[in-house]
Write a protein that binds this ligand. Structure first.
Ligand SMILES: Nc1ncnc2c1ncn2[C@@H]1O[C@H](COP(=O)(O)OP(=O)(O)OP(=O)(O)O)[C@@H](O)[C@H]1O
Ligand SMILES: [Mg+2]
Length: 260
């Protein structure tokens, strides 16, 4: 493997992770292993600890107990080789789309001209070339999330973490942005940790879906999604899609999250 390839993605391993906030246990014995270059979704009921896990895995909040390893090494400080996309785009209103993306490059001290070129490439792949000079308030919600994705990828990080990135978007926009993200990932092969409440989105995007229990969260099922890529808009054409979706529903039924 070349040096460049070695940095293309990273593995993330959690061993019996526990996170407490005072006397409250948010994550209780979460064990998972995300392989380098893998696209993994975490799906689970609200409050089960998905965002908490993501913040721990990014090194942004400390773990209370257990072990967290990135590329086999204990994580002791915030990951820098990472891009994060949140549900809320968190773009600066007084900067254009391009300026928002380049801010990430500026903060990281990257040469700006190559970063601008990369941003233009990402904008083209995300279908927002025409929006580079617009301000966030001049963009639709879907376009803003696309800018957030470009911002998260501008420095070519090994890991991309996405916390319900499409949660606020309408179903049609979600279907298209899901496809665009899948194509980007297929080309760049980063490790992706994708948090969602959408069963369809999890199956549509992932190599593996990790199903979490209600609070305190831990992994209760793990489903390898063996569907060819890129995946179609209408996943129901695959009989196995229904099988995967049933399995996720069943896990939620066992925990009373779904009661019918
Ligand atoms: N800083 C904090 N202090 C105290 N409690 C917290 C803190 N952060 C999270 N929690 C609690 O930990 C639990 C898990 O929160 P988390 O945000 O990880 O859930 P989630 O699975 O991401 O939920 P959602 O799907 O609604 O985003 C919740 O009960 C939450 O109130
Ligand atoms: Mg959350």
């Amino acid at each position: 493997m070349t040096a460049a390839a070695a940095h293309a993605a990273a593995s993330i391993e959690g061993r019996r992770l526990i996170k407490t906030f005072g006397s409250f246990t948010a994550v209780d014995g979460l064990t998972l292993n995300i392989r380098s270059g893998e696209f993994v979704s975490l799906i689970g009921p609200s409050g089960c600890g998905k965002s908490t896990f993501m913040l721990m895995a990014a090194g942004l909040i400390p773990i209370s107990q257990g072990e967290l390893l990135v590329n086999g090494k204990q994580l002791t400080s915030p990951l820098t080789d990472i891009g994060i996309v949140f549900q809320d785009h968190l773009l600066l209103e007084f900067r254009t789309a391009m300026e928002n993306v380049l801010l990430q490059a500026e903060i990281r001290g990257l040469p700006l001209e190559p970063a601008r070129e990369r941003a233009l490439e990402l904008f083209a792949k995300l279908g927002i070339s025409h929006a580079a000079d617009r301000y966030p308030k001049q963009l639709s919600g879907g376009m803003r999330q696309r800018v957030s994705i470009a911002r998260a990828l501008i420095h070519n990080p090994a890991v991309l973490m996405m916390d319900e990135p499409f949660g606020a978007l309408d179903a049609i926009t979600r279907t298209q942005i899901r496809h665009d993200l899948e194509l980007l990932w297929m080309e760049q092969a980063k490790t992706v940790v994708f948090i969602t409440h959408s069963i369809e989105e999890a199956i549509g995007l992932s190599d593996r879906v990790l199903v979490m229990s209600p609070t305190p969260g831990r992994i209760v099922d793990e489903i390898a999604i063996e569907l060819p890529r890129p995946r179609p808009a209408h996943l129901g054409d695959y009989p196995s899609f229904n099988h995967y979706a049933d399995r996720i529903h069943d896990a939620f039924r066992r925990f009373g999250v779904i009661r019918y």
